[in-house]
Design a protein around this ligand. Structure first.
Ligand SMILES: [Zn+2]
Length: 240
């Protein structure tokens, strides 16, 4: 391998690693947001379950009130019926009392159904609370992980940046400029593994775009000349 190739490849490996680490650091805020959103979602479910329970409890209260009203009405009719003289009025009062009994029985049936819903709603609240607790624990753990990941990545970045300076020594400035330009070109930006210098592999193929290069390019690369892929512009070197 020609000397310039080895030197530039060493710099490139540092840069690729730096890209990956910076990407990791940049992804931390989005992940932290996702953790918070997941927690908010569980909190919303608790609120929802509590509202459902309140609805059922309101329903029970309404039934209780209605039953109480009917019992009062029934007692009124019973009181009145004791003072009624005519048979006709008496029968009418009895019918009213029967009607009240029937309505009260209906309400009691209804209440049984509502009690089942009450149980379900209470279980719903308990389950939502348990899920929220679990989500809180997960969020705490995830926050810790993200913090650790961030500081690990940052210290690796610092170390690589320190390594990069000596690695640049002995590389011709125009070669370095060309390399930097290629690495920062829009087509390659934000692509952590994109390399500006790749080998000609499998005979005559540029490793990046997988297109064949000419025999001349291949020969020049073999001689150690700086050549570029005719198709994608990437710098090429010949790999023995
Ligand atoms: Zn190419």
């Amino acid at each position: 391998m020609h000397e310039w190739v080895g030197k530039l490849l060493a710099v490139q490996e540092i840069d690729v690693r730096l890209d990956q680490l910076r990407e990791q650091v940049e992804s931390v805020p989005a992940e932290a947001r996702r953790v918070v959103e997941a927690l908010r979602a569980e909190e919303a479910k608790v609120t929802e379950a509590k509202a459902a329970l309140q609805d059922v409890e309101k329903g029970i209260k309404a039934i209780d009130l209605e039953a109480e009203g009917l019992r009062t009405r029934k007692a009124d009719f019973q009181k009145k019926s004791a003072m009624i003289k005519s048979n006709e009025e008496y029968r009418a009062a009895l019918m009213q009392i029967e009607q009240c009994d029937k309505l009260i029985a209906d309400l009691e049936d209804k209440q049984l159904g509502v009690m089942e819903r009450l149980e379900a709603a209470r279980s719903g609240v308990a389950a939502a609370n348990r899920n929220l607790e679990a989500a809180r624990a997960r969020a705490e753990e995830a926050k810790g992980d993200l913090k650790t990941r961030m500081s690990n990545a940052q210290s690796q970045i610092d170390a690589l940046e320190a390594e990069r300076k000596p690695a640049l020594e002995g590389i011709a400035p125009d070669l370095l400029r060309r390399y930097e330009r290629l690495r920062s070109s829009p087509a390659r930006r934000h692509q952590a593994n994109q390399r500006a210098l790749v080998p000609i592999r499998e005979g005559v193929c540029c490793e990046r775009c997988r297109m064949n290069v000419t025999a001349q390019t291949r020969m020049n690369a073999r001689k150690g000349m700086l050549v570029s892929c005719e198709h994608c512009g990437t710098m090429l070197y010949f790999e023995d």
